[in-house]
Ligand binder design. Structure first.
Ligand SMILES: [Zn+2]
Length: 236
């Protein structure tokens, strides 16, 4: 199986579709105000996690950095609502995208490249093709073009790792707040043993990258051109 990272085309003149959106999620964990690092928060997001039944969910609407004890208290509230294999981190956000959209959308949109939206007809095609790991969450985007099809965000769970040999500058985990990570290597490849069998869409741990399979690309391309660049990523 071949795999591809999603990217937004750099050249705005090469775009075929006018669709844009502005949206946020309803809930989030705060950043953490670490005396050893700086205040920080990551970019993880789980659109499918619904916290509306959490009675204390009103403390989960601000990402403003908090001391680590308060971050830990709020993370413990959220944990039962998140599948146990998925990591939580400061700044993590939850729930569908809520906002406004303008213009016409192609079969798939990845703008910014860490959020992937598909049209309703694209979602049907992906489901009919039997692709695995497709977790659609309807985005709540008000669009004045009433004929626009609904958009579904595909949740990209960070289940796969980059190969350790391509990571040059991993920083030691902060003992106080748990911060860790590395800068995204320009030359990168996936750790083959970390890829769950037959998964057609996933996120890459400790990065904002979203990767799809060749089957995914073929299925979406049958619906016509999209403003998404597929960059092949090898596996070792
Ligand atoms: Zn720290």
């Amino acid at each position: 199986m071949r795999y591809f990272e999603l990217a937004d085309p750099r050249d705005p003149d090469s775009r075929q579709w006018s669709g844009t959106y502005r949206a946020t999620r309803k809930w989030c964990l705060p950043g953490v105000d670490c005396p050893r690092c700086t205040p920080w928060g990551g970019m993880l997001a789980y659109a499918s996690v619904d916290l509306s039944n959490l009675t204390e969910s009103d403390v989960l609407t601000s990402g403003w950095p908090q001391p680590r004890e308060e971050y830990a208290r709020r993370a413990a509230l959220v944990r039962p609502f998140v599948p146990p294999e998925l990591p939580l981190e400061p700044g993590c956000s939850f729930g569908p995208l809520v906002g406004t959209a303008m213009g016409k959308f192609g079969p798939i949109t990845a703008r910014p490249s860490w959020e992937v939206l598909v049209r309703e007809d694209t979602l049907t095609a992906l489901q009919d093709a039997g692709l695995k790991g497709i977790i659609p969450v309807r985005a709540d985007l008000r669009n004045r073009r009433t004929k626009e099809l609904p958009q579904y965000e595909l949740e990209a769970r960070p289940l796969v790792k980059l190969h350790p040999a391509c990571i040059q500058d991993r920083v030691a985990t902060c003992e106080y707040c748990g911060r860790h990570g590395f800068s995204l290597p320009p030359e990168r490849w996936l750790l083959g043993e970390s890829i769950p069998k037959d998964l057609d869409l996933f996120g890459v741990e400790e990065t904002t990258r979203i990767v799809v399979s060749e089957r995914f690309v073929d299925t979406v391309n049958r619906l016509g051109p999209s403003d998404v660049v597929y960059r092949e990523i090898t596996v070792e």
